[in-house]
Ligand binder design. Sequence first.
Ligand SMILES: [Zn+2]
Length: 137
Amino acid sequence: MIAAQTTRQRCRSALGAWLRGRRHQIEQTPASWALLAPTAVRVAEIEAVAEEMHGAIKVMIDPHFTPGECTWCAPARPELATVRVCGDPDPEQDHMKPLFAAEVCHRCAVNPRTGAVRQALIEAGPHRLVEVEVCES
Ligand SMILES: [Zn+2]
């Protein structure tokens, strides 16, 4: 029994050493910034949501946007907020939690089912304009 454990431990440390030797040198982890899609791509994806919903949207690039943490992501793993969605909810409609302004990550902004852009467009109705500000990358 003791011999078996020792063998297993020896195997394990040999395997560990072998894996360490084979592992590629990892360069520095890129900053979240570097992983962002180009501004034009992100703007196009936001505009596509509005186009699909036939909603009125105005997307602007804000060179002074200071990215914080996404307020819509799971608190444990917030993404970088790069989109500011400024809604104009129709006061005639009774919305549960109307969206006036939210800073969210790109994924939370363009999600086709639960996205902030979608919510703002629904609440704005056909005659109100949703404004979206995007940080530059
Ligand atoms: Zn998010």
